[in-house]
Every structure is written in C-alpha cells, then in structure tokens.
Design a protein around this ligand. Structure first.
Ligand SMILES: Nc1ncnc2c1ncn2[C@@H]1O[C@H](COP(=O)(O)OP(=O)(O)OP(=O)(O)O)[C@@H](O)[C@H]1O
Ligand SMILES: [Mg+2]
Length: 229
C-alpha cells in the first residue's frame, strides 16, 4: 500500500476512534445513573455517532476545511457538555473561563476534533491528584489566543521537541498522529499552535486563530500572527 494512502487510513482510524471512545465511556457509565442522566448520555452518544459519520464523509471528500462564522464560546460549551462527565469519571475537571462571544471564521467540526484531541491527551496525561484543565482565550488585535492548560505529568524537553513528528508517541497504544493532525488543521485556518510543558508540572497549548473579519480592529489583510512573539 502506498505511504500516503496508509497515512490517511491511519489518520481516519485515529479520528474515528475519538468519538467511539467517548461513546464507549458513556455506555460504561450508564448503569447506575438516574433517568435524566441516562437520557443526557444517550444524547451525547447519538451526537458522537453523528460526528463520526461526518468525519468519515469528510475524509471521503479530501477532508477540506469548510469555514463559516462560529462562536468559539459555543464550541467550548459544546465540548464541555460532551466531555464533562468523562472528566469527572477520570478524577478531573474541565474549566472554561470564556463567556463573551468570540467570533472566528472556521470549520466547527474540525475545531471540535482539534480540542477533543488536546483534551484527550490531557486526560491521558493526568497525574496522581485531581486533573484540572482550563481553557482561556485572550484577545489580540486581529486574532484570538486560546490557551489550554493542564496540571498533568508534563513532558521533558526531548519529548516536547518530538511531539510534532508524525508517529511520535510515548503511549503503549498511541499512534502519534493527534498533534501533527491538529497542527495541520490549525495551519489550514491561517493560525498557529505551540506547546510548552514542564515535567511533573503540566502542559500548555497556545492556539492563535484569526478573528472573523468584521471583528478585527484593523482591516489589514497582511496581519502578522507572530506579533506576540
Ligand atoms: N497534555 C499533554 N501532557 C503530556 N504529554 C502530552 C500531552 N499532549 C501530548 N503529549 C505527548 O505528545 C505525544 C504525542 O501526542 P499525540 O496526540 O500526537 O499522539 P498520542 O496521544 O501519543 O497517540 P494517540 O493520539 O493516537 O492516542 C504523546 O504521546 C505524549 O507524550
Ligand atoms: Mg493523542
């Protein structure tokens, strides 16, 4: 099989595994729950099955980016609803500090895949104590800076230097495809993604993404995403 086809199949399998893992998690938690909670879980399972169908059909159409105007806060709240009880089950808490509208022109489903990959990695990196993951957005002139911070096991400098390499993983069952994939998606949104981490302290992911055009303070088409650096 040629390498490109093999890479694409591995990536598709990786992205389909995420919604299936979420479904599996909620199915295994259904038993001892009241009817209201069960109904909520069934709703999430249905949505995740639909999301996997969308991911499948997107891959069969070149996995292109379909931009529309979206509110990042809606996306974060949607993700929080999807993952909240899985975090609790894993002795964790997902905290979203944003509440004001944050409009960007982006592919909602693809950004959801990006954040679910980041949050799944955070859950997998949890240490001994309670896992805390905080999402917070700062506003730049033409862009938003989204940070996702966890207090998990962190990474050594060597690990950190390798995470963008395809197939680099420190996990027994990992593929090492998550970070290269989300980097590609963010770059296809004319944004950037940067990881920083300290062993036994935690990890921070910083995503810079352009604002929706009418939100920009300046109407400058050649804005510089590295202005903060
Ligand atoms: N939040 C984090 N805390 C600590 N290490 C992390 C974190 N996120 C990523 N990593 C490191 O980056 C590596 C690569 O992550 P990536 O998502 O690309 O693949 P993976 O998680 O290993 O595999 P898969 O996504 O298939 O489960 C991980 O194996 C881990 O060592
Ligand atoms: Mg991963």
């Amino acid at each position: 099989m040629n390498t490109l086809v093999k890479d694409n199949i591995s990536l598709l399998a990786h992205e389909i595994k995420n919604p299936l893992t979420i479904c599996n998690g909620y199915l295994s938690m259904l038993n001892d729950k009241d009817i209201q909670t069960r109904n909520n879980y069934i709703e999430i399972i249905k949505e995740e099955i639909n999301r996997s169908l969308v991911i499948l059909s997107e891959f069969s159409k070149n996995n292109s980016i379909n931009k529309e105007i979206i509110d990042l806060v809606c996306l974060f709240n949607d993700i929080k609803r999807t993952l909240n009880d899985l975090f609790i089950e894993n002795n964790g808490e997902l905290i979203i500090l944003d509440d004001d509208e944050l409009l960007v022109e982006a592919d909602y489903n693809k950004l959801k895949q990006v954040f679910i990959n980041i949050l799944k990695n955070a859950i997998e990196a949890r240490g001994e104590g309670k896992l805390l993951v905080v999402i917070k957005t700062l506003e730049g002139k033409d862009y938003y800076i989204i940070t996702v911070i966890d207090n998990g096991i962190g990474m050594t400098t060597e690990e950190l230097n390798n995470i963008s390499n395809k197939y680099y993983t420190t996990k027994v069952n990992g593929t090492g495809l998550g970070i290269p994939y989300i980097k590609d998606i963010i770059e296809r949104h004319q944004g950037s993604i940067e990881y920083s981490s300290k062993k036994n302290i935690g990890t921070q992911v910083k995503i810079i993404i352009p604002k929706e055009k009418s939100q920009k303070t300046f109407n400058n088409s050649s804005y510089n995403l590295n202005m903060l650096e």
